[in-house]
Write a protein that binds this ligand. Structure first.
Ligand SMILES: [Zn+2]
Length: 118
């Protein structure tokens, strides 16, 4: 996942407090700052669930540290929310398209950069 002017987000591993426990993993900015909860190691067993959690944590970090909505819908300039759409985690925008109902799916999570290609 990438942010304009911020560089890529990164997963940061922090040692756990107890010996023998798995390390904590956070989603951080390129400069190493992070916010929010660490990710639970057992979520890795369910990749769709893990993606949802990483996405959530990434959004948390961006919103709290940069005070900006992210990612933005290119059509409406609105912050989008991750939503499960028929089993695929997707970015959902509340903006209304002409001729359509309120809200639309912008892209699958992880596919935003490719969706901008001409
Ligand atoms: Zn939109």
């Amino acid at each position: 996942m990438t942010l304009p002017e911020q560089g890529p987000l990164q997963l940061l591993a922090q040692p756990s407090y107890e010996a023998g426990e798995p390390e904590y993993v956070y989603v951080g900015l390129a400069n190493g700052e992070w916010h929010g909860n660490h990710l639970y190691p057992n979520t890795a067993e369910d990749s769709a669930h893990a993606l949802a959690i990483v996405t959530d944590a990434a959004q948390d970090t961006v919103v709290e540290l940069l005070w900006q909505a992210w990612p933005l819908c290119v059509e409406h300039n609105l912050g989008m929310h991750a939503r499960d759409v028929e089993g695929l985690l997707s970015w959902w925008c509340a903006g209304r398209r002409s001729g359509g109902g309120p809200g639309h799916i912008c892209a699958a999570v992880g596919a935003l950069d490719t969706s901008r290609a001409p």
